[in-house]
Design a protein. Structure first.
Length: 209
């Protein structure tokens, strides 16, 4: 089989998995949840070999938020494995942190920004005990966005710095941090962040070549 045919087969597999899950297959919903829980690139590497194009379009780290979403859909249809998984994942510190993260996003969407900040703050306090840097970094980024929109540039910058520390490949944060540096008159830092932002985007686009 040609290399391009293997690459196409890998992508088609994930497309079929997602399509079957969206159509209501509780078995595929459960399978998709387990892939997200373990990290899709891990799944790709171990079952299909490294696929640059697939990995550029799918999470390279475990994404427990999406895992829970798909477990919930499968559990709603009575999938026993999903029901057991939800009980395990929602228990303890991780469950508390994830609930706070979700609640904070809900408050943010409803423009209840003070409560959103409070919930993000409590979530990031818990996340270091969980080890989910992907979601922890996003919580810092989202809280930073609220601070930025309120004009609190120092608080926004601190949160963007932390988000990048946790997730160095998060392109959007570099773009927003560049805006903060620009507003604060830090021209050199703004240029560096914009260059990094562009570099990460270019790297992602190359995967489609």
């Amino acid at each position: 089989m040609k290399k391009e045919d293997i690459e196409k087969e890998k992508i088609e597999y994930f497309e079929r998995t997602i399509k079957s899950a969206e159509e209501g297959s509780r078995i595929m919903q459960y399978e998709l949840a387990t892939i997200y829980e373990d990290g899709i690139s891990y799944f790709v590497k171990n079952f299909f070999g490294k696929s640059k194009k697939v990995m550029a379009n799918l999470p390279d780290v475990p994404n427990r938020q999406k895992a829970i979403e798909w477990y919930e859909k499968a559990a709603a249809q009575g999938h026993p494995g999903s029901i057991k998984k939800l009980i395990e994942m929602e228990a303890g510190v991780y469950g508390s942190a994830m609930k706070l993260y979700r609640t904070a996003m809900d408050h943010e969407e409803k423009e209840n920004y003070d409560q959103a900040i409070a919930d993000y703050t409590e979530a990031v306090r818990l996340y270091p005990n969980v080890g989910d840097k992907y979601i922890e970094g996003d919580a810092y980024f989202r809280r930073g966005e609220i601070y930025f929109n309120r004009g609190d540039l120092d608080a926004a910058l601190a949160d963007y710095d932390k988000a990048i520390e946790l997730n160095p490949g998060y392109a959007a944060v570099y773009g927003k941090r560049a805006e903060v540096h620009q507003k604060k008159g830090n021209a050199a830092e703004a240029v560096l962040d914009l260059a990094k932002y562009k570099s990460l985007l270019d790297e992602a686009l190359k995967a489609f070549d």
